[in-house]
Write a protein that binds this ligand. Structure first.
Ligand code: DI6
Ligand code: FE
Length: 422
C-alpha cells in the first residue's frame, strides 16, 4: 500500500538497501533487497512510497514539499540495537584487567564483583549521573546510524533503583534523537542482600517491580538471565507468568554460559527473542523454530569473554530461525559502543554473511523487539527511520572496522543529522 502524493519529503538519487528482498523494484535474488537508483518518500512520519526513481509517478518537485537528492549515497533502514544494558553506574575496567590475568567471569561474580559491583554503583548514582553517562555511550551508536535502541534495567535489583534505570532510558528518548524500547531485567542477578532468599526476591519482582513498571508505563518488555550464576528455569517461569498477567512481552538471556534449556523455555513462553544461545541444543532450536522466536546473537560478549563455543548458526539457518545481532553494550562482558563492530564480529567470529548481519541489525532486530510491523525495512507504511551512508556496497557496513561512513539519519521522516537538503 502506498500513499498518493503530495508527500512531505522525497529523497532521490539513493541506492536503497530495503532489507525487503522480493519487494517490488528490488533486484531478484538479492538478500539486501537493493533498488540501485531509488527514491523514498515520507508523509506523516511514515514511508509513503519506495521504489526505483524511474517509477515515480511524475517529476520529483511535483510530488513533495521537499526533495532531497542524496547524490548516489546508500540508504538503509535506521539501525536497531535490540539488546543493550546502556544505563549503569561506574564501569568495570579493573575486572577486565583481572580477567586478562586469568580469572574467570564466574569466579569474579561469585565473590561479589561482576554484576554486584555495578549494582552498588548504579544504586548510588543519581538519575542525572545515570542519564549523562548513558547519553555519552549512546551518542556513538547514533553517529553510526542507530535509530532505535533497546535499553534494559537490571543493575538496580530493588524496585526504586530498577524504576530509576527505566526512567533514565525513557528520558534518553525524550532528549536525544532516537527511539528507545525499555526492558525490565530485574531478574538479572540475585541482589547481594538477598543471598539467602531467592524465593523472596522473585516474589518482589512478581508482586512489586513488574506491577510498578507496568503501571507507570516504564517497561515495554520483561527479560531474565537464565544461568547457573543467575536464575533457574523455574524462577524465570514465575517472572514470565507475572509479565504475561501485565500484558508485557518477554525475552530471555538463554544458554550463554551453559545449557539450562533456556532456548526451549523462551520458545515455550512465546518470548520475542532468546539471546546469546552459545550453548543452545537441538531441542531448544526446534522449539524456537516452531514458536518463531528470534535468536539474538551477541558477539561482543563472546569476544570479550574469550569464549570458544560458537552459537549454532548453521542450526538457526537450517530451521529458518531469524537471527538478530546486537551490541549487548554492558560494563562487564560487552563494553561495545559500536553496532557496526558487532556486525563485523558476527561475520568474522560467527560466520554470518554481511547480508545476514545487516538484516540482524534492521529487520530481525525489529522483530526481536516486537516492532516488525513498524520498523526494520524500507517498506510503505513503516516508520520512516533511515540511515544514509557514504559507501559503495552494503557489505561495507559489516566490513570496515571503525571509520565514520554514516552521513546522516532520518527519524520519523525528519532528518536529524547529516546532509542538508539540496
Ligand atoms: N549476560 C551478560 O553477558 C551480561 N548480563 C547478562 O545477563 C553481563 C552483565 C555484567 O556483567 O554486567
Ligand atoms: Fe545482555
Amino acid at each position: 500500500m502506498t500513499d498518493a502524493p503530495p508527500w512531505d519529503t522525497l529523497w532521490t538519487g539513493a541506492a536503497l538497501a530495503t532489507l525487503a528482498p522480493g519487494a517490488p523494484g528490488t533486484a531478484a535474488g538479492d538478500a539486501y533487497g537493493t533498488i540501485p537508483d531509488g527514491a523514498i518518500a515520507a508523509r506523516g512520519g511514515r514511508i509513503a512510497w519506495v521504489g526505483p526513481r524511474a517509477a515515480l509517478p511524475s517529476a520529483p518537485q511535483a510530488l513533495a514539499a521537499r526533495v532531497v537528492d542524496l547524490g548516489g549515497r546508500w540508504v538503509t533502514p535506521g539501525l536497531i540495537d535490540c539488546h543493550t544494558h546502556l544505563v549503569f553506574g561506574g564501569d568495570r575496567v579493573e575486572e577486565w584487567e583481572r580477567r586478562l590475568n586469568g580469572e574467570s567471569y564466574e569466579a569474579i561474580a561469585r565473590e561479589g564483583g561482576g554484576i554486584a559491583r555495578t549494582v552498588r554503583l548504579t544504586r548510588e548514582a543519581t538519575e542525572e549521573d545515570l542519564f549523562r553517562s548513558a547519553a555519552r555511550r549512546l551518542r556513538p551508536l547514533l553517529a553510526e546510524g542507530v535509530t532505535t535502541v533497546e535499553v534494559k534495567s537490571g543493575y538496580g535489583l530493588e524496585p526504586e533503583a530498577e524504576l530509576k534505570m527505566l526512567r533514565v532510558a525513557r528520558r534518553l528518548e525524550r532528549e536525544l534523537p532516537v527511539r528507545v524500547r525499555t526492558t525490565l531485567l530485574a531478574a538479572h542477578a540475585l541482589p547481594p542482600e538477598r543471598r539467602d532468599d531467592r524465593a523472596g526476591y522473585i516474589d518482589r519482582i512478581v508482586t512489586e517491580m513488574i506491577p510498578a513498571a507496568a503501571a507507570q508505563g516504564l517497561a515495554d518488555a520483561v527479560d531474565a538471565f537464565c544461568e547457573t550464576i543467575a536464575f533457574t528455569p523455574a524462577e524465570v517461569d514465575r517472572v514470565f507468568a507475572a509479565a504475561r498477567r501485565h500484558g508485557l512481552p518477554v525475552k530471555l538471556h538463554a544458554d550463554q554460559l551453559s545449557d539450562l534449556g533456556g532456548a526451549a523455555l523462551a520458545a515455550r513462553c512465546g518470548a520475542l527473542s532468546a539471546d546469546h544461545l552459545e550453548h543452545a541444543g537441538e531441542a531448544g532450536l526446534d522449539a524456537m523454530a516452531a514458536a518463531g522466536t528470534v535468536a539474538v546473537l551477541l558477539p561482543g560478549a563472546f569476544y570479550l569473554l574469550r569464549e570458544t563455543r560458537l552459537p549454532p548458526v548453521a542450526g538457526f539457518r537450517a530451521r529458518g530461525i531469524p537471527m538478530a545481532v546486537a551490541t549487548d553494550l554492558n560494563p562487564g562482558t560487552s563494553p561495545v559502543q559500536s553496532l557496526r563492530l558487532a556486525l563485523n564480529m558476527a561475520c568474522t567470529l560467527f560466520r554470518l554473511t554481511p547480508a545476514e548481519a545487516l538484516a540482524g541489525a534492521t529487520r530481525e532486530a525489529a522483530r526481536a523487539l516486537g516492532l516488525a510491523a513498524e520498523a526494520g525495512t524500507l517498506e510503505p507504511g513503516k516508520r520512516c527511520d533511515l540511515a544514509v551512508w557514504e559507501i559503495d556496497r552494503p557489505a561495507e557496513l559489516a566490513y570496515w572496522l571503525g571509520g565514520g561512513a554514516c552521513a546522516g539519519r532520518v527519524l520519523a521522516g525528519v532528518p536529524v543529522d547529516g546532509p542538508a537538503p539540496a
